[in-house]
Design a protein around this ligand. Structure first.
Ligand SMILES: O=C[C@H](O)[C@H](O)[C@H](O)COP(=O)(O)O
Length: 227
């Protein structure tokens, strides 16, 4: 296993300790949170853990169901106690970019419905300023070239995400524009500008959403950043 995968496993598995009896839990998407989900599956075999989980993607639903994790639709739960998710980049204010795996829309809806949020991140995700990772923006396929043009005119260098020969489709069948920005100096303002454009469904900036980020420390420790 390479170093990055090792770090993902380390923090991903540790995050499963935050799940307690009686909780309604949001399960994020991606390769790091997959370790959390697998660890949760193991815990459920050993412990009496009365929990319900909601998913942020088809990929996560399939994995969780295959491990016997009790799942409900988001509309079937009154609230979410805790959501654990991965992240593509986070800064010292614990703002981040998500959506590298295309799940940003459901992830943001679930995160906003959660009383608390934790991110799990390998060491490469910690940055001073967001934006080296291309910002995913989910857009309606209808008129997407015009939406992209408006974003390009703002200097945000959007590229349509592809899946082989065809545009990549999210779980909601939308397109993703990956915006190569470089440095995002005013994330909140940018997020508001993007979401006000007709055709934009949601963008991958997650601002003031998480309270804690788990990252690797040394060879096999985990550091908790935040409260
Ligand atoms: O759309 C995908 C999500 O935002 C992921 O949580 C994010 O891309 C991090 O993924 P990974 O844990 O695979 O690096």
């Amino acid at each position: 296993m390479d170093r990055k995968s090792y770090e993902k496993q380390l923090v991903g598995e540790r995050a499963a300790d935050y799940i307690r009896d009686g909780m309604i839990v949001g399960l994020g998407t991606g390769s790091t949170i997959a370790f959390t989900i697998k660890k949760l599956g193991e815990r459920l075999k050993r412990e009496t853990l009365n929990i319900t989980c909601v998913s942020t993607s088809n990929q996560t639903s399939e994995l969780a169901k295959s491990l016997g994790i009790p799942m409900k639709e988001l509309n079937e739960v009154s609230h979410i106690d805790l959501t654990i998710d991965g992240v593509d980049e986070f800064d010292p204010q614990l703002n981040g970019i998500k959506g590298g795996g295309g799940a940003l829309l459901f992830e943001k809806i679930v995160a906003k419905a959660s009383k608390s949020n934790i991110w799990v991140a390998d060491g490469s995700k910690e940055v001073d300023i967001l934006g080296a990772f291309p910002l995913p923006v989910e857009v309606l396929p209808f008129g997407s070239q015009h939406t992209a043009r408006a974003i390009r005119e703002k200097g945000l260098d959007p590229k349509l995400r592809m899946d082989g020969e065809n545009p990549y489709r999210t779980d909601s069948r939308n397109f993703i524009l990956d915006c190569h920005i470089g440095k995002i100096t005013e994330p909140e303002r940018l997020s508001q500008w993007l979401n006000a454009l007709p055709g934009v469904i949601e963008n991958g900036l997650f601002i003031n959403i998480v309270g804690k980020v788990l990252i690797p420390e040394g060879d096999n420790d985990v550091k908790v950043i935040g409260k």
